[in-house]
Ligand binder design. Sequence first.
Ligand code: UGA
Length: 441
Amino acid sequence: MKITIYGSGYVGLVTGACLAQVGNHVLCVDVDPDKIQRLEQGDIPIYEPGLDKLVRDNAAAGRLRFTLDAAEGVKHGLFQFIAVGTPPDEDGSADLRHVLEVARTVAQHMDDYRIVVNKSTVPVGTADRVRQTLQGALDARGAEVEFDVVSNPEFLKEGAAIDDFMKPDRIVVGTDNPRTGELMRALYAPFNRSHERVVLMDVRSAELTKYAANAMLATKISFMNELANLAERLGADIEAVRVGIGSDPRIGYHFIYPGCGYGGSCFPKDVKALERTARAAGYQAELLAAVEAVNDRQKQRLFDKLHTHFDGNLKGRTFALWGLAFKPNTDDMREAPSRVLMEALWESGARVRAYDPVAMDECHRLYGERDDLTLCDSPEATLDDADALLIVTEWTHFRSPDFDTLKQKLKQPLILDGRNLYDPKLMQQLGFQYLAIGRGE
Ligand code: UGA
């Protein structure tokens, strides 16, 4: 089948490469000439395990192409995927400018039936706005062409996106036209394993499903962080509690890890946007507001612990920081807990020596050269002259460090762990002061 994808960002590229991998002919359209040029040369602008090979292989096989030419894009695909960004507006609601711009572009060049598929995360009601925008632009041209607008939200996790796309739990398709639903089923048939993965529903329910999934996951995390803070005050161990509740399959082990707050481009943005949508619909979503507030507070936890430990005396001190990305296997630092921590440390006059396996360039891009930030090329190198080690991202190779070296190099044997990587008893035996999340003060 022929597919056009607008937006060669994270979602667009993964979708394009995976749809090409199963034999489709995919054309990716973007407005950024630099990006298109890089992609044509096989240079992938984002870090995602497996993506560069998939893009290069499919480009070499002629199934995946890139262009700046929107007219060519509209001509190419029966399926016109919108996968452009929806950054938060100042008030937290999603900015639909780019989505509607694509709708206008498609209308400008369309002279045959097209299925416009919305993959971007957009508020409920956006498909209707896309339909109106498209129809309006067609009418202005005096063109009479049929089209359908489908909502097909994506559920990819950064760092595991290829696997998530190739082996989905479910593929949500929202359409009010049964015939289009069948065409979408056919498009996604190669991704069914053992049973049908497409879940067909009406457009608005599909749009809400995306927010409901992210809001539910964010709620699980904030709930656990709330309990972790309580466990500290009650002398309980949240890790024991986690295993205790996770064993109930109705609760499950997934997404109940306490930590220093959730980050990334999705949970913070989507929880806020859903809350704003609720407000606009005349409903105060108190639970969502609480999920967000708990997370904002949780991102301050490591700093608060440090502040208390040093009696507010952080000026002139140096801290080793392991992990910059908002989670392992990505270089993404959007809304990352590391940023809240670093910025609070700098504000207090402390210096940071940081290491991350892949997010160093991103950190440099965000903060540039500064006297109070040293980017080190190994975890060990961060420890020189450091008053404590702070851990914010659970990269696997932080899980079993050489504790003797740690103890030798740190000015004092103090570790603050925002991801509960180590056993507090072992740390005590090894002579460390170990402050984690929800495991005693
Ligand atoms: C999230 C969802 O998991 C995807 O299903 C969804 O498609 C995506 O948003 C999106 O809307 O595009 P992602 O932001 O890539 O994916 O990252 P997650 O793996 O979900 O992690 C989010 C944050 O939660 C991270 O900061 C992570 O450290 C934190 N987290 C996760 C916890 O603190 N505890 C947990 O138990 C799990």
